[in-house]
Design a protein around this ligand. Sequence first.
Ligand code: NDP
Ligand code: OXD
Length: 307
Amino acid sequence: MALLILMPNRDSSELEGALRRCEPQLDLRVWPQCGDPADIVFVVSWNHPPGELRRFPSLRAVASFGAGVDHMLGDHDFPCGVEVVRMIDDDLVRDMAEYVCCAVLSHRRSWLHYHDLARERRWRPSPYPRSSRVVVLGLGRLGRVAARRLHSFGLDVIGWSRSLKSIEGIKCIQGRPALESALAGADYVACLLPLTPETEGILDASLFACMKPGAYLINVGRGRHLIEADLLAALDQARLGGACLDVFVTEPLPADHPFWNHPRITITPHVASLTNQESVAAQILDSYRRAVEGRPLLNRVDLERGY
Ligand code: NDP
Ligand code: OXD
């Protein structure tokens, strides 16, 4: 019974080391050196080649190496009956909340603007807003903590999710009409949604048209949530004041992409929250053992729902 790491184009040496330290007897294989495919019962995947999982006839479960599972659900040859789990890690949750707070607060307090002024030795104090409203799209494991953390800075936070939530200090809403009226009063909109057929392209011209003129967009969900041309048009028409983007339709962002030089777009290279290979090893081993022993898996993904 072997565990396979299947993460093409990603250095997994830290994860291998951590898994071996936690369980020295583990039969650990690293793709493409899989050995006998019939030995593989559990796979840790990140962007596996579509169809590849079908090679393993004894496969019981696959763990996404991150919180998102869209890379897996996009595999139309995903084997039937194989369960999917994802990484839910305190560090991942904390780091995402930190990133979203940084994006909102640094814009609110004009850090990049003062950074540029300082390079020119210019002293130009200007007032900052007394209050700000943030709409958080997605109140899952990451979104709800980010929302609470934003609230702890005194910001007025509204959270939108598919099913209605109750979170202290946060006004929770559901449904498109409620979202549209919340957007009309929001200074910031942060997308922490999973990528599903319902959420793909949600950050488009029709959503921007509902937003308060000059509002600021943060996308840490997935690149395909955003219609990139619509964002460029909204910025050029001053519908939106700026955007902070961590995820893109094509990653790495191509060198000739218009986002790179846009004065009102801040780009980070998909680093809002990085899976800590050391800290998730125990979680992976727990899922592996549960799969081997036929016990219920934790952090299971609802394949019908897509997240
Ligand atoms: P969860 O699955 O825990 O939560 C998803 C949230 O989105 C839930 O609140 C859910 O509503 C809501 N949602 C889903 N579909 C809809 C919809 N159609 N309309 C309204 N709300 C919807 O996800 P996580 O919080 O763990 O992660 C969110 C995403 O963040 C990941 O899928 C991934 O894409 C991205 N991510 C990005 C990283 C980065 O570094 N940039 C790092 C990690 C994750 P409900 O609660 O009602 O089900
Ligand atoms: C994730 C990611 O989903 O890194 O964890 O984007």
